[in-house]
Design a protein. Structure first.
Lengths: 340, 513, 407, 377
């Protein structure tokens, strides 16, 4: 698996877009022909603001860095997964990235059919492992747990909220981690949660957040792509604390100090881009191995983004407590208690 | 006399039909000019061209001796042409007033002034003796009153040339008389009127001049003085026509239809048929006379299963069919010529052949089991079209492309094409030309002579009197009187239709309802 | 006894009421209270069990009255009121031992009803003139995208003011799409449902393409339209918070509902429009230009759909996502039919959807022990029930969907 | 061609020749429409900075350039055909069935349920049973709005839209984690896999093309036969064209509404069943298909004629299947496909534009049957 350099969780040196996390050196100059890398999205598009987009970004970073050839197919229906993967296989692509746990079965089938092609799949692990597939999985619950702890420490009303997208395993893990994390630091806290049946309904996310605020929530975690972002943006403008997801939303949703930017206390990161980049980099360097690469707190695949402009309003005690939890989590002393 | 209007060399083609073939037509100022012709002769087409609804393929129109370019009804109205259409141009869900002012609205600071409109229309319609309630919704009005609304609408627009396309088809004799009075008074005020009708008596009653069309061409121009009914009929049809119905005395058989104390509600929930009892015998024709809108529609719909019955009983050949569905009633051997041919009679987007088997498609020879036999359907179509002289390019033409008269023949052909024991005919010759009327009348009598019971509902007194063996008059949902046909006189019937029973003397109130 | 619609409703309400009362009496802790938030009036505490039993009894009573024909004309209003009470019961139940903010929820209902109401107005304008418009969804989506794009580019120079031009652009985009629909269905006499379908698909493609090509690169999150408090009115308790502390498009929607009703039923243009939609030939025979009337109305409808699109990207969110209209255009159609092609009726339908959506979110937040999928189903299910139970057959304009042909 | 057109037998030969040359140019119109739409699409591709030849070469090679491509095109055309037929059948009865999507879901749900839960049956019993129950699911979801329309007069458009959402949510609940149909041995929210005995066999291994195609082809002819060769079809079409006249002639409007919606649901349900029994072999949560909505376009493109539906379906399948390779080759968004689809629909429907562009004479023909009746009345 990959071996990212450890960094303190509260202050990762991670600038959202250009993150030199993985331990790869520059590409070997003597490489004969550039690898061809293909990406098959989950139902959705490569710029839809969900893990599809982050996977695509990770791929593009590798492509730029190693001068690879790349292409993508945006999947329209679950019945098309296999077809889209085999499309790349037939075009003799060397590495195929597939995105999402839904595409797991199709990826396994295709990997067996094309054993010489290297596959990497986001959010899926195989047991037993398949030799030419690298499963890239994340401990979203850890990320959510940290966010929950932060929220639990920050809340004055003892009510916090989470606006989720669809009820799918990664989201469920974020939510449960969030709840457990909050309770761990603040047993009296009440967590309000909403699932919204779409990742691209920021208007509904917004109403959900406002509704939570009306029920006294004063920290809102948006865990559902653009839907969640819609929620935290509205919440931040209303003046409550908010937490972003996946990437550091200070650079996306609140880019250029959009209203409420100083209310973003952090983001619960899940570096799909890093994972995809790592997988491709391994393939380029010839270190690609089948199996499961877990991106968790120990290797900074997940964790909290910096506090940015909210830092001055976050009490030192809170920062310390959070650092302590993060450290415990890294050392494996603190578990989230989330089981799916 | 000065010409109000002249049409020269008008030609109009429809796909497969030459509707107007170099027609020339002159209308003098202040005259009532009758336009005659068989169904499909091209009368309506010619008038639609004059009114700007159709563009002619060739020809010119002159108004007051100047060439007029009429591209739309808007132009026509602007040039003083008004038209009352054969098929009403009223919007059912709007009030009479809204219909009348439509396009020439009365507004007050941008807001429709409905009360002012109603006031003006009341005043206006009073002036011409065309009473109609401006606030009534058109869909709630009997056809006769709708017709009045149409005329008011045309006059309201200040028409100098008024086209009336078969306005009397839905009127009672009294209403028609009323209309003629209005027409004469309008003509007296200098308005010129084109009047289309199929009733030759009316022609002689009002016309100053007559133009007869046949097959899209002018067959001749004449005056009532020079012409006779027989001559006009021959001109229209191109052969001699027997104008009176010849019929043998009835050979009455058993009771086929027995109605007991029937009650039926109309669409608005009012009791439109309020306790009617009647009997129709095999081999006899019972005529139901009455002004439009006195429950005839509901009565017929209830008898044929199209409308639920609110009370009472309907028995056909000993079977209680009160709650039966249309199919069950049809299978008892009941045929029905419906009053509204577009709504009930035809599927306009189906070919003629299919329309001719609309109620028999599921039985041999048209279908065996679930499988339809299209060849048999086509063959049946060809046979009936020939037999009933339906003018059409082929059995595959869509029913919607036929002229009104031909559509009616199509329905009659269908209903007569199967073995029937009871025929319910509602306004069977409405809008039909003399030739077709003659034809349908003969067929009705033929059926009766073959032992079929016939219930004839008509607003045409002539039709009722010449065909029926017994006549009942319907008034406000009740049978107000009945008598053997040979005892009936037009005066008696007219009074009954107005709701006046002989016993009550002449004091009863006259009403249009 | 004939099973008429009121009777069926009566039985339903009766049974529901009894069940509610029995359940509450048996299963709810008498000590539990629910705190209801009523805006500036603060909060009200009610005993959960007693309230629920009472509402259950009221429900049964209304059912009995309906059963014995006692309600007649008051049937619909009564049952709607009672149904609202039952909604309240649902919330009292879900929030027992805790609190729920009622006024905020009603305000949210109005907000969420806004694009639906505007969409249904768009439908009404088109369809009252005889042109079916199932392309509302597409018009909204395209408008959301283009309005946002204009805002994005102009804000480089104009700053926050650009959003108003963006809104104008959204409105005009709706109008443009509608014009396309009009040309296809009026000039080329295309089947109007085909044309509407084409517009829906085109909007998905065009907005997605635009987003890919220009909008996402910028990572731009725009301003949104500001909240405008209506002077004086905004301070009215409860009503102020619901109606008069909103963003501009909500007000525009309210005004347009009234205005549309006024124009349709009280002006010459409206009369002509309805005439053209009912019986174009008759309208033609009195000199009304059927084509022109239809063009104008369809485009006006499109402008409203455009405004609805603006609600998404410019008033609510400040960004554009693929398919962000999320089927609201179709819901708007349902609201339009629901309201029998009248502005007020459609507005009621839109409110029903808005309310149900707010309710769904609220019940999830209150942690009601019902799978969230079922909560999300509520508005759809409610629509079917209300339609079947109370409204029944709706009648479109007679000439809706039929191209007009001149010989 | 159509039953109506096929009936123009008795015409003289000159007219016949004229009619045929007319027919040839009429047939050219859909092709020209597609061509024109692609041409405009090319401008869009060019404007976005991608390579037009690469994109289109990818599109066609992906869809038709290899046996696998062709097989995949047919794989997609299969549900398109069935769902397109469903919508077309509704239109013929004057009903606008926007609910094919929901009926599709129910078909998939019911079929997959039989497919995994009924054990120990031989394939020739299990497979037909699964298909049948799938059809039943669709039928149920179609019959409800049909029944509501017939009995209470509530509009099928609203009800079918609502039932789409309900179907999607219901499936999501059933198969999502902890749901009653969730395969708890899997981390993925989906049902268990169907048994081999319920699997639609592949037609030409190794390609995914499955026997659902045969069902679709059969359905085309069955629907054609139903509409024009049976008494029921006669009724459905009569009710669709004029319910009042149909009632007058003794047909039951209500019965036909319910039947047409039920059959419509059966067809859409078969489409859903085919997808799970032939391709997916399990029903995952978030089983977005989009077939239901595309099928409206397909039915319209085919003018609601069952024999044209497969052609429209294949066209749509080509565009959708080719999109994959198009993206690989040119890296443009799938949205382009939507743009081309919309233009194809517009041009085929507004054929006057195409006639004018390519100077094809206007047909002198009687007014066509109205295929969609909008909201119906
Ligand atoms: N819109 C149309 N499309 C095609 N054919 C038409 C159309 N209107 C009329 N026709 C045909 O033109 C011919 C003349 O029809 P028209 O309606 O003028 O006859 P008419 O004399 O008014 O008959 P009637 O007495 O039955 O009203 C008929 O053969 C009719 O079928
Ligand atoms: N003319 C019509 N136009 C549109 N819809 C109609 C029409 N007639 C009937 N319907 C539809 O059929 C439903 C039932 O109508 P109705 O009871 O008249 O039909 P029916 O054929 O008599 O039924 P049944 O077969 O049960 O006797 C209505 O609610 C309506 O949806
Ligand atoms: Mg005529
Ligand atoms: Mg009935």
């Amino acid at each position: 698996g990959p071996t990212p350099t450890p960094v303190p969780p509260t202050k990762p040196p991670v600038a959202a877009t250009a993150t030199p996390v993985p331990p790869t050196k520059a590409p070997e100059p003597t490489k004969p022909a550039a690898l061809k890398v293909g990406l098959v999205t989950d139902v959705g598009k490569v710029n839809d603001g969900t893990f599809n987009e982050f996977a695509y970004k990770g791929m593009m970073r590798a492509v730029d860095e190693f001068k690879l050839k790349s292409a993508f197919i945006e999947t329209l229906a679950p019945t098309d997964y296999e077809k889209n993967i085999s499309q790349f296989a037939e075009e003799k692509y060397d590495v195929i990235i597939t995105v999402g746990f839904m595409i797991g079965d199709a990826t396994a089938a295709m990997a067996k059919k094309y054993p010489t092609i290297k596959f990497a799949i986001v959010d899926f692990a195989y047991a037993p492992p398949i030799p030419n597939v690298m499963g890239l999985v994340f401990t979203e619950d850890q990320s959510g747990y940290l966010a929950g702890a932060l929220a639990g420490l920050m809340t004055k009303s003892n009510v916090i909220g989470i606006v989720c997208g669809k009820e799918i395993p990664p989201v469920v893990k974020f939510r449960k981690g969030y709840e457990n994390g909050a309770k761990s630091v603040n047993p009296n806290v009440k967590v309000l949660g909403v699932y919204i049946d779409s990742f691209t309904a920021p208007d509904k996310g917004k109403e959900a957040a406002l509704s939570q605020i009306a029920e006294k929530a004063d920290v809102i975690f948006g865990a559902g792509g653009p839907t969640g972002s819609g929620g935290i943006k509205a919440a931040a403008e209303k003046g409550v604390w908010v937490i972003g997801v996946d990437q550091d939303e200070y650079f996306t949703t609140f880019r250029d100090k959009k209203p409420g930017y100083d209310k973003l206390v952090s983001s619960a990161m899940k570096r799909v881009d890093v994972a995809v980049y790592t997988a491709i980099a391994n393939a380029v360097k010839g270190t690609f191995k089948g199996g499961t690469a877990v991106f968790d707190a120990t290797n900074d695949g997940v964790g909290l983004a910096p506090f940015h402009d909210a830092e001055k309003n976050i009490p030192k005690a809170v920062q310390d407590k959070l650092a302590e939890i993060a450290k415990g989590m890294k050392e494996g002393k603190i578990t989230t208690g989330v089981k799916l | 006399m000065a010409l109000a209007l002249e049409m020269k060399g008008i030609t109009k083609r429809f796909p497969g039909v030459l509707a107007n073939d170099h027609i020339s037509f002159q209308l003098e100022k202040g005259e009532i000019h009758c336009l005659l012709g068989e169904n499909g002769a091209g009368k309506t087409t010619l008038m639609n061209i004059l009114y700007g609804l159709y563009r002619p393929d060739e020809g010119q129109i002159f108004l007051d001796s100047r060439e007029a370019h009429i591209r739309s009804p808007h132009d026509a109205i602007a040039q003083g042409i008004g038209m009352v259409h054969q098929h009403f141009m009223l919007i059912p869900v709007m009030t009479v007033a809204e219909n009348v002012i439509l396009g020439m609205e009365i507004t007050h600071r941008g807001v429709l002034d409905r009360s002012e409109a109603a006031r003006r229309i009341r005043e206006f319609s009073h002036q011409y003796g065309l009473d109609v309630d401006p606030t009534a919704y058109v869909k709630d009005l009997p056809v006769g009153l709708q017709q009045r609304g149409e005329i008011v609408k045309a006059l309201y627009r200040g028409a100098d040339v008024l086209i009336l396309d078969e306005p009397t088809a839905v009127l009672t004799p009294q209403e028609s008389e009323e209309l003629f009075r209005i027409m004469r008074s309008l003509a007296g005020q200098g308005k010129s009127i084109i009047f289309i009708t199929h009733k030759l008596k009316e022609v002689f009653a009002v016309a100053d001049r007559i133009t007869v069309l046949r097959d899209g061409r002018v067959a001749g121009v004449t005056t009532p003085k020079e012409a006779t009914e027989a001559r006009l009929a021959a001109m229209m049809v191109g052969r001699e026509v027997i104008l009176s119905v010849e019929k043998k005395p009835a050979q009455m058989g058993d009771v086929v239809l027995k109605v007991e104390d029937l009650q039926v509600r109309d669409d608005r929930g009012y009791m439109a048929v309020d306790g009617i009892s009647l009997e129709v015998h095999a081999g006899g024709i019972l005529g139901i006379a009455g002004v439009q809108g006195n429950g005839q529609t509901e009565l017929v719909e209830a008898l044929t299963g199209l409308r639920p019955v609110a009370g009472g009983k309907v028995v056909i050949l000993g079977d209680d069919v009160t709650a039966d569905r249309p199919r069950e009633i049809i299978e008892q051997g009941v045929a029905h010529i419906p009053e509204d041919r577009h709504k009930h009679g035809l599927v306009l987007s189906f070919p003629l052949a299919d329309n001719l088997v609309l109620s028999t498609y599921y039985r041999p020879p048209f279908a065996y089991g679930v499988a339809i036999n299209n060849d048999a359907i086509d063959e049946n179509g060809r046979r009936l079209i020939a037999e009933f002289d339906v003018r059409t390019p082929s059995v595959y033409s869509l029913a919607g492309t036929l002229s009104g008269g031909n559509q009616q023949k199509l329905i009659v052909a269908r209903e007569f094409s199967r073995p029937i024991k009871l025929l319910i005919a509602a306004q069977p010759t409405r809008g039909l030309d003399v030739g077709s009327t003659e034809f349908i009348h003969q067929r009705l009598v033929q059926r009766r002579d073959a032992g079929c019971a016939v219930l004839l509902v008509s607003v045409e007194l002539d039709e009722i009197m010449s065909l029926s063996d017994r006549i009942a008059v319907i008034y406000r949902g009740k049978i107000i009187g009945s008598m053997p046909a040979d005892k009936a006189t037009p005066e008696m019937l007219g009074l009954l239709m107005a709701g006046i029973k002989e016993t009550e003397g002449s004091a009863g109130d006259r009403s249009d309802r | 006894m004939r099973l008429t619609r009121p009777k069926v409703l009566g039985i339903t309400f009766l049974v529901l009421g009894i069940l509610l009362s029995l359940y509450s009496a048996a299963r709810i802790d008498p000590a539990q209270r629910t705190t209801l938030g009523v805006g500036t009036l603060g909060t009200r505490d009610v005993p959960a069990q007693a309230s629920l039993v009472l509402i259950g009894l009221i429900t049964s009573l209304s059912g009995i009255l309906a059963l014995f024909d006692r309600l007649r004309r008051a049937l619909a209003p009564t049952l709607v009121t009672v149904a609202l009470l039952d909604m309240l019961a649902l919330m009292i139940w879900a929030a027992r031992g805790s609190s729920v903010d009622l006024v905020g929820m009603l305000a949210a209902s109005l907000r969420m009803a806004t694009p639906i109401a505007l969409g249904s107005l768009a439908g009404i304008w088109c369809e009252r003139s005889g042109v079916i418009n199932i392309g509302i969804e597409g018009m909204m989506l395209a408008a959301a995208a283009f309005g946002f794009a204009v805002n994005l580019y102009l804000s480089q120079w104009l700053g926050p003011r650009a959003i108003w031009i963006g809104l104008l652009a959204a409105v005009l985009t709706g109008g443009l799409m509608a014009f396309f629909h009009a040309v296809l269905s009026i000039r080329f006499k295309t089947d109007q449902i085909i044309s509407g379908t084409a517009i829906n698909i085109l909007a998905v493609g065009a907005s997605g393409f635009l987003r890919r090509a220009y909008l996402v690169k910028a990572y731009f999150v725009g301003e949104i339209l500001p909240i405008v408090n209506v002077p004086l009115l905004a301070d009215i308790p409860i009503l102020g918070a619901i109606f008069f502390q909103n963003r501009p498009i909500v007000y525009m929607m309210l005004i347009l509902v009234v205005l549309t009703n006024f124009i349709l039923f009280f002006t010459a243009w409206g009369l002509r429009t309805r005439a053209v939609g009912e019986h174009p030939l008759a309208a033609d025979t009195v000199g009304i230009d059927v084509f022109k009337t239809r063009y104008v109305n369809v485009v006006i409808g499109g402008l409203m759909a455009g405004l609805a699109g603006g609600w998404f990207s410019l008033e609510t969110v400040g960004s554009f996502e693929d398919l962000m209209t999320g089927g609201k255009g179709f819901i708007a159609l349902a609201a339009m039919i629901f309201g029998n092609w009248t502005p007020y009726g459609a507005f009621m339908g839109a409110l029903l959807f808005g309310f149900a959506e707010a309710l769904e979110i609220k019940l999830q937040i209150l942690d009601a022990p019902i799978p969230h999928q079922f909560l999300t189903m509520v508005p759809y299910f409610a629509t079917m029930v209300v339609l079947a139970g109370l409204i029944g057959r709706t009648v479109p304009p007679a000439a809706d969907g039929r191209p007009y042909e001149k010989q | 061609m159509t039953a109506e057109a096929g009936k123009h037998r008795g015409i003289p030969w000159r007219k016949w020749v004229a009619a045929w040359s007319q027919r040839v140019s009429d047939l050219a119109i859909p092709f020209l429409a597609v061509f024109t739409a692609l041409a405009i699409g090319a401008v869009v591709i060019w404007a976005s900075g991608a390579s037009v030849p690469k994109a289109y070469q990818g599109l066609f090679e992906g869809a038709l350039g290899s046996p696998r491509g062709i097989a995949e095109t047919l794989v997609i055309a299969t549900p398109y055909t069935l769902a397109g037929l469903a919508v077309a059948l509704g239109f013929r009865c004057g009903l606008f069935n926007i609910g094919a999507e929901g009926q599709f879901y129910l078909g998939a749900l019911f079929a997959v349920w039989v497919g995994y839960s009924v054990k120990g049956l031989p394939i020739f019993v299990h497979l037909p049973l699964a298909i049948l129950v799938g059809a039943l699911g669709g039928a149920l979801w179609g019959a409800i709005p049909g029944f509501l329309k017939a009995r209470l007069g509530t509009h099928e458009v609203i009800n079918t839209i609502m039932m789409n959402y309900i179907a999607v949510l219901m499936v999501d609940w059933l198969v999502n984690r902890k749901g009653p149909m969730w395969d708890s041995t899997s981390t993925v929210p989906r049902t268990p896999y169907i048994l081999p005995t319920a699997t639609l066999p592949q037609l030409v291994p190794p390609y995914r093309l499955h026997a659902g195609l045969l069902i679709a082809i059969a359905a085309v002819f069955v629907v054609y036969w139903l509409l024009w060769k049976t008494t029921l079809g006669f009724e459905i079409r009569a009710v669709g064209a004029n319910p009042s006249a149909a009632k007058y002639a003794g047909m039951s409007v209500t019965r036909n509404f319910v039947l047409a919606m039920t059959f419509s649901g059966v067809l859409a349900g078969l489409a859903g069943a085919g997808e799970v029994l032939g391709l997916n072999r399990t029903l995952p949560a978030a089983f977005v298909s989009g077939y239901g909505f595309d099928s409206i376009a397909i039915a319209l493109l085919a003018k609601s004629h069952p024999l044209f539906v497969p052609f429209a379906a294949i066209l749509w399948a080509i565009l959708r299947n080719g999109a994959g390779l198009m993206q690989i080759r040119a890296g443009i968004s799938v949205d382009l496909i939507s743009i081309v689809q919309a233009l194809v629909i517009a041009f085929v429907a507004a054929d006057e534009i195409i006639r004018w562009l390519y100077r094809i004479g206007k047909k002198e023909e009687i007014k066509e049957v109205v295929f969609t009746r909008g909201w119906g009345r």
